[in-house]
Design a binder for this molecule. Structure first.
Ligand code: IPM
Ligand code: MN
Length: 359
């Protein structure tokens, strides 16, 4: 029997409780389709700071290296907010993990399900069928990692520098991912940039335009990021795949996630060359509801489905999980975040059980 090794990094806040209902779902789907898992748990984020003195301990990195994929919960919380920014769980865990494992392709699907449009802050008449947009974000380049990156003392104060830098190579590999994704979807790709101002954006446009010839079935459009921010808030239905450099993708993916109205439903994947990837919910640690057993575990469960699809090529099993989630929503089960009058309100464990039964 095939066995897949997974590093399980539950992290902080609601991370552990949503992970707890996700692992049995993976095991069940494995039994059904003939594979098994070895889960290796390791601390990350605030809990790792508290127990090991560091948000991303070396042992955790080693456990990830020895695994075929990382299933990630979420990190951070008020307890660690007073630390210097580069020691805080989010930054000190996520940025190095992305760099160490070369996770350059961040896929963030933002789906607003027709049954859940009431949760969206957009007037429902503008999104009668909901919407389905995929943000493809470059994750290991740009202003996040460019050098120089420093703060230096000057005669009058301080001077801080961040550097946005991209190479043709970095743009090319993520662009192919975006075009291939568009081919499997509605065949529309928007490059989100700031080519009226930034050199890097001009290189993005030139590179993406040249690659477009290899994907004649996909329509390519360009949009400035400021306009894109406005369009996402007004009419997200116009988008299919949005390709973004690192920081624009950070901002646009949060915005589009927010307009779905159900952040607790959104998974994401960060992929390296080959089949290694990190899979995590798009939402955060939700410290306000952590430990209460009411968090929505669907984002974590759907992240596990993405892991089956992209790291293990178990498409049928991934579809089975996604189908079970869809059925659960159709049956009217809702956690608090997506609850409306007349639906069946359930907690984290209960909705996990129902999804398991639907499998
Ligand atoms: C994200 C987060 C991170 C990012 C932070 C915590 C470093 O906002 O995953 O989107 O900016 O990439
Ligand atoms: Mn972000």
């Amino acid at each position: 029997m095939k066995n897949y090794s997974v590093a399980v990094l539950s992290g902080d806040g609601i991370g552990p409780e949503v992970m707890e209902v996700t692992l049995p779902i993976l095991e069940t789907v494995g039994k059904k389709f003939g594979f098994s898992f070895t889960f290796s748990h390791a601390p990350v984020g605030g809990i790792a700071i508290d127990t090991k003195g560091k948000a991303l301990p070396d042992e955790t990195v080693e456990i990830c290296r020895g695994s075929q994929a990382i299933l990630f919960g979420s990190v951070g919380g008020p307890k660690w907010e007073s630390l210097p920014p580069n020691e805080q769980p989010e930054r000190a865990a996520l940025l190095p993990i992305r760099k160490i494992f070369g996770l350059y392709a961040n896929l963030r699907p933002a789906i607003c399900y027709a049954q859940l449009i009431h949760a969206s802050p957009i007037k429902n008449e503008f999104i009668p069928q909901g919407f389905d947009v995929l943000v493809v974000r470059e994750l290991t380049g740009g202003i996040y990692f460019g050098k120089p990156k420093e703060t230096v003392q000057t005669e009058t104060g301080e001077r801080a520098v961040d550097t946005m830098v991209y190479t043709t190579e970095e743009i090319t590999r993520i662009t192919h991912i975006a075009f291939k994704a568009a081919q499997k979807r509605r065949k529309l790709l928007h490059l989100i940039d700031k080519a009226n101002v930034l050199e890097t954006s001009i290189l993005w446009r030139k590179t993406v335009k040249a690659i477009a010839a290899q994907y004649p079935d996909v329509t390519l459009q360009f949009m400035y990021v400021d306009n894109a921010a406005m369009q996402v808030a007004k009419s997200p239905t116009q988008f299919d795949v949005m390709l973004c450099e690192n920081m624009f993708g950070d901002i646009i993916s949060d915005e589009i996630a927010a307009v779905t109205g159900s952040l607790g439903m959104l998974p994401s994947s960060s992929l390296a060359e080959g089949s290694f990837g990190l899979y995590e919910p798009s939402g955060g640690t939700a410290p306000d509801i952590a430990g209460k057993g009411i968090a929505n575990p669907i984002a974590q469960i759907l992240s596990a489905a993405l892991m089956l699809r992209y790291s293990f090529q178990e498409e049928t099993a991934a579809l089975a999980i996604e189908g079970a989630v869809k059925k659960t929503i159709e049956q009217g089960y809702r956690t608090g975040d997506i609850y409306t009058e007349g639906m069946k309100k359930v907690g984290t464990k209960e909705i996990g059980q129902i999804i398991l039964q639907n499998l």
